[in-house]
Design a protein around this ligand. Structure first.
Ligand code: RIB
Length: 302
């Protein structure tokens, strides 16, 4: 039998807390992207709810995890819209702070006919997360999923909070920013896509160099000291490694419409699985690939 909740009751346990970015997305479909100094007229715009962290939180909640978001929005219409969307998706937003005088983050997304995206983010309030915001949000979570769109410092605080409480740290370096070695070493797993994998190994900007080979997850375990690493490879699945070995997890074949947010769906669904009982990293990666593959068959980041 349930009883009405009492304000003095402790908060219900959280499976996954996501520390990461919240944005309003603006999409334009283009036949090709402009070069420097060039203007290209595409089709659109279309707006949507996004931010890599927020997308991850929605994916984790949809995968059945009790999920809380830690992030920041501006005191504006876009911020209120993001809060409404997160709440509607079942994400606890008690640790999303609204910053007066700052705008909600915006992502400008161009999509080419092959479904591939290129994104520029204006972070706005995302860059304003404070230490206490992160520590309070992370308390009691089974999995802390930290994402670098809020900058390096909040990710370091999230990693410290996870270590202090015994939570599992899942780390998404999208985008790649310099992080202390201890944070990378605590990641279980570090989740990167192919270009992020190159940048983690060779430094920011390296992915733009022609001919850069994608390192394996095992290479990144050796290089970073992470407890485990997942390299997502789009339709080719995911390369998964820990300190004992590695394996390739295949992705289901689907018709790609828009890849925006697929990596976020993967990370959120992965974290949800890892927060559950008896889950292996390989099994969690397979479930996350199924969720991400489904997401690319539709428009939008979620
Ligand atoms: O990964 C997709 C997301 O990246 C978009 O929702 C956009 O907001 C950017 O953060």
């Amino acid at each position: 039998m349930t009883r009405p909740s009492d304000p003095s009751d402790p908060p219900p346990p959280v499976d996954v807390v996501v520390v990461g970015g919240i944005n309003q997305d603006v999409f334009v479909h283009v036949d090709r992207r402009p070069g420097p100094g060039e203007t290209v007229v595409g089709r659109g715009p279309r707006t949507g709810n996004g931010g890599k962290g927020a997308n991850m939180a929605v994916a984790a909640a949809r995968a059945g995890a009790a999920t809380a978001m830690c992030g920041a929005v501006g005191d504006d219409g876009a911020g209120r819209e993001q809060l409404t969307a997160l709440t509607g998706a079942g994400v606890d937003v008690a640790h999303v702070v609204t910053r007066a005088g700052l705008g909600t983050g915006v992502a400008l997304i161009s999509i080419t006919p092959d479904g591939e995206n290129a994104i520029v983010v204006g972070p706005g309030a995302n860059a304003s997360l404070a230490h206490d915001d992160v520590v309070a949000a992370s308390a009691g979570a089974r999995v802390v999923l930290a994402q670098t769109e809020v900058g390096a410092e909040p990710v370091v605080w999230a990693a410290e909070a996870a270590a202090a409480s015994g939570a599992r740290l899942v780390l998404s370096t999208a985008p790649v920013v310099p992080l202390p070695a201890a944070v990378l070493e605590a990641a279980d797993p570090l989740v990167v896509n192919a270009s992020e994998a190159i940048e983690v190994l060779h430094g920011p900007g390296a992915a733009a160099e022609p001919g850069s080979a994608v390192p394996s997850a095992a290479d990144l375990v050796r290089h970073t000291g992470a407890r485990s690493v997942v390299v997502t490879l789009g339709g080719a699945g995911a390369d998964v490694a820990d300190r004992h070995g590695s394996t390739r997890v295949p992705a289901p074949e689907v018709q790609v419409v828009d890849t925006t947010g697929a990596g976020d769906v993967f990370a959120g669904a992965l974290a949800a699985r890892l927060a559950g009982p008896d889950s292996t990293l390989m099994g969690a990666a397979a479930a996350a690939l199924a969720a991400a593959s489904e997401s690319v068959t539709r428009l939008g980041a979620r």
